[in-house]
Design a protein around this ligand. Structure first.
Ligand code: CLF
Ligand code: SF4
Length: 500
């Protein structure tokens, strides 16, 4: 079945979701795990793009920036930017009133029917702004009952707000938990604002940790799904996050999202100015693997901004600025009907994909010698799980690991669009060089087409360009390239790049 309903991206492309991955089970998607979930939980996550890796190929989320204040200080945050617990620093969202936010959500829902989730994630802490956050949720529960409500918090005010959260039918809460040890916490949080006092150092961190853990337990008791975000800060909490993962899992958290610290001096954050580095892709992937055990790990997070709109990895916010939505007439009853139709089409497509995957071999690489080394491959895609993007147009690449154990999704790498017309990005390094550097560790890049110049540069960097699988499923392409490497003897060469 072709999913025509998704063709609404502003990217100018015919295919709709702007990023994707293979939806088959061997691809590391959560479709197998989804099948094992109790029906009540399956219903809650099946169309939430953050809670289900598979769903993020089809469904979109949006954030409204209604929450300006914050009650703690994180060393990776500069208040002039969005909350870095759920965003990348360096972008600033336009603050909305609850009424403006509700209008915007309804406008987006009517125009992007695959938008299923509204999250409040900043620009400060949503629960440090309870009136604004809950007024937005209250109005949306009434006016747009088909939209899931989601909130992300640092957790300091969480226990006091759990009752209110339950009243608004919020099924998904994210808590950013960077540590369970106050001494480590003191290196991340200089202070918390608690009971009208600023409390510094380990004493403040201890209060924050206790509130986070209490809030987590209260949410679990009420059957609310909890995702835990942790910012990986090398040398500060990287090793400690394995223990954090175990604890939150033992308490019933549904998903753990370990995100990389982004710290640049120009962001003006403490860490940025002090030169604290973030992890590289290999370190992040290794920690995610170590935390994984049998816990669900989120690997498709895009650290979106507090006013993000669209599928993860795309930002359609410019289509829904206040001046644009002002003039939009919205018949939400009609929009709900259209949305239900679109969701039914998506679900039919997913069921078809799942049936096809079940009929195929569980592991298409299972016949190869088990001791072959794994290989990372970068894939350029605009969605629907197929190779459908030109190398030079990719804003990001999805990274897959192929090995005799199968194909699994590892994460994504941001890219510079070298076809954008900007040849250099400072320091004399070209945008193509920056993109190639971002693919470090990958041995192949699979896209619908690669130009002559990047082809040569990729090869010189030890990355095999491949344009032979245009419009084919990603997993088939990754399998085909890995098999080709095996047959050509490339997998037994000592020269292969080692990977995470
Ligand atoms: Fe937003 Fe967060 Fe809800 Fe998702 S984002 S409040 S759970 S609807 Fe998702 Fe964006 Fe990562 Fe957040 S990709 S930053 S995890
Ligand atoms: Fe900044 Fe968010 Fe931390 Fe508050 S919780 S200091 S807004 S990163």
């Amino acid at each position: 079945m072709e999913l025509k309903v998704l063709g609404q991206s502003n990217s100018g492309s015919a295919a709709a979701p702007t990023e994707s991955g293979c939806s088959k089970s061997a691809c590391g998607s959560t479709s197998d795990q989804m099948d094992q979930l109790p029906e009540s939980i399956r219903e809650k996550v099946k169309n939430h793009p953050c809670y289900s890796e598979e769903a993020h190929h089809y469904y979109a989320r949006m954030h409204v920036a209604v929450a300006p204040a914050c009650n703690i200080q994180c060393h990776y945050c500069n208040r002039k930017y969005d909350c870095a617990n759920e965003s990348r620093p360096g972008v600033v969202s336009e603050l909305l009133s609850p009424d403006q936010a509700v209008k915007k959500v309804m406008a987006v829902a009517a125009n992007i029917p695959q938008m299923t989730v509204l999250g409040v994630a900043g620009p400060g802490d949503p629960l440090a702004n309870p009136e604004r956050t809950f007024e937005t949720f209250r109005q949306l529960t009434e006016k747009a009952p088909d939209i899931k409500l989601c909130v992300s918090t640092n957790g300091l005010s969480l226990p006091e707000q759990v009752e209110e959260l339950s009243k608004h039918n919020i099924d998904h809460v994210t808590i950013t938990i960077n540590c369970v040890d106050p001494e480590i916490g003191a290196k991340i949080y200089p202070w918390v604002f608690w009971q009208n006092r600023r409390i510094r150092g380990a004493k403040g961190a201890k209060i924050l940790i206790e509130q986070q853990q209490k809030g987590l337990e209260m949410l679990i008791e009420r059957g609310i799904l909890v995702k835990v975000n942790s910012v990986m800060i090398p040398g500060v909490n990287d090793k400690h996050l394995v223990e954090v993962s175990k604890i939150v899992k033992s308490k019933g958290a549904f998903l753990h999202n370990v995100m990389p610290l982004i710290a640049e001096a120009e962001h003006g954050t403490f860490y940025g100015v002090m030169g604290q580095r973030g992890p590289n892709a290999k370190e992040l992937s290794a920690l995610q693997d170590e935390c994984a055990g049998d816990m669900n790990m989120m690997r498709h997070c895009r650290q979106c901004r507090a006013d993000a709109v669209g599928l993860l990895g795309e930002d359609r916010g410019a289509e829904f600025t206040l001046d644009k939505i002002e003039g939009m007439e919205i018949d939400y009853a009609a929009a709900m009907e259209k949305r239900a139709e679109v969701h039914a089409q998506i679900e039919a497509h997913r069921a078809e994909q799942a049936a096809e995957a079940a009929a195929e071999d569980a592991n298409p690489l299972g016949d190869l010698p088990a001791d072959l080394r794994p290989v990372l491959m970068a894939v350029a895609t605009q969605g629907q799980g197929i190779v459908n993007q030109h190398f030079g147009h990719a804003k990001e690449f999805l990274v897959y690991e192929a090995s005799p154990a199968g194909v699994r999704f590892i994460g994504h790498r941001k890219a510079e669009q070298y076809c954008s017309g900007d040849d250099t990005c400072g320091e004399g390094e070209s945008t193509l060089d920056i993109t190639i550097r971002s693919l470090e560790g990958c041995e192949a890049v699979i896209c619908s087409k690669v130009g002559y110049s990047p082809w040569e540069k990729l090869e010189a960097a030890g990355i095999i360009p491949n344009g032979e699988y245009a419009m084919e499923p990603i997993e088939d392409a990754v399998v085909g390239v890995y098999r080709g490497m095996y047959e050509s003897g490339a997998l037994s060469e000592a020269s292969g790049q080692l990977i995470a």
